[in-house]
Design a protein around this ligand. Structure first.
Ligand code: HEC
Ligand code: HEC
Length: 276
């Protein structure tokens, strides 16, 4: 540890003790789980709601991100790894890091301590039957026609392997009941920051109608993947119409399914972990 960093830590701890949020006296090594007072947990909760709640749910029940109200977090089994995940995010996923000029080390410690307490509270119970859900997925739902799970299926939709680690139960219900309402955002390539799955309808000069998912786009061309999985590249000057359907999803609504089917599907999806 550089003298600078040590000085920062010591002054931080001084501040923390003065504010009555850390119970342990003296400097706290970054790796060790600091003992946090009730007041500290209350502040941790506040920081959590400000920085994490919109994705993980205000009660940690999950949403765009997975539930954190679980006895063990696979990617953050202890304090040190939890702090690392909060700081650095999980690269290549929808889990962002926090910049140190926005959130201090002390705040990260308090958030981590608060997250640990979530496990004691809500554990989202899933109503359905996961095994039956898998059958619905393969039969009535015909979900493998657009989604890959553990190497099975084809993919115009996002891969669902491990979806249970990435999304909360409410989000899963919403993506089935009102497709497109909860949309994954692309983190890669030129679509970075745009909606990840944008349905497009194009009409050529000859009157051919092509619908599919936008894969790539520049000023002169647009590349689509059709529902059947075929890749198509179109020159914009050949098109008479190019409609980007921002509020539309290619994922069909599950109208013909019963509530029980949906419960079972969600139970199946929520169970999809790292495959082990
Ligand atoms: C923009 C949405 C978003 C925000 C904000 C966010 N997260 Fe996440 N988080 C995610 C997503 C999505 C994942 C799942 C990443 C993956 O595996 O695809 C995740 C994963 C995690 C994990 C790993 C859980 C496991 O299964 O081991 C932890 C822990 C976590 N987040 C904690 C936090 C904390 C604490 C905050 C606030 C400081 C936070 N997140 C802010 C979206 C978010
Ligand atoms: C015609 C193709 C198609 C079919 C069939 C389909 N989906 Fe989708 N699905 C998509 C697309 C495309 C998305 C991306 C988001 C959007 O456009 O709504 C998606 C998104 C999702 C998501 C959200 C994934 C995430 O990470 O945010 C879930 C969950 C999901 N589908 C489950 C299912 C289930 C369960 C079935 C079967 C009942 C199914 N899908 C059938 C195309 C399909």
């Amino acid at each position: 540890m550089t003298p600078d960093r040590a000085a920062t830590l010591i002054s931080l701890c001084g501040l923390a003790l003065a504010a009555g949020v850390l119970a342990a006296p003296g400097p706290v090594a970054a790796q060790e789980e600091p003992e946090v007072t009730e007041a500290g947990l209350a502040r941790g909760e506040m920081f959590y709601q400000a920085h994490c709640g919109r994705c993980h749910g205000m009660l940690g029940q999950g949403g765009e991100g997975p539930s954190l109200a679980r006895p063990t977090l696979p990617r953050a089994p202890d304090h040190e790894s939890l702090v690392e995940v909060i700081r650095g995010g999980i690269p290549g996923t929808g889990m962002p890091g926090t910049r140190s000029n926005l959130v201090s080390d002390l705040e990260v410690d308090l958030i981590a301590a608060y997250v640990r307490t979530l496990a004691e509270d809500v554990v989202t119970e899933v109503a359905g039957d996961a095994e039956r859900g898998q059958e619905v997925f393969a039969s009535t739902g015909d979900c493998y026609s657009c989604h890959v799970v553990d190497g099975r299926g084809t993919g115009i939709g996002p891969e669902l392997t491990g979806i249970g680690l990435r999304r909360g139960v409410d989000y899963l219900y919403a993506s089935l009941r009102t497709p497109g309402s909860e949309l994954p955002v692309s983190r890669r390539g030129i679509l970075r920051g745009f909606r990840g799955y944008l349905p497009v309808r194009a009409v050529t000069r000859e009157g051919r109608v092509i619908t599919g998912m936008r894969v790539n786009e520049d000023a002169f061309t647009i590349q689509l993947r059709s529902i059947s999985g075929r890749a198509v590249s179109l020159r914009k000057e050949d098109l008479v119409e190019l409609e980007k359907q921002f509020d539309h999803s290619l994922m069909p609504a599950v109208e013909e399914m019963t509530e029980a089917d949906i419960d079972d599907l969600v139970a199946f999806l929520a169970d999809l972990g790292d495959g082990s």
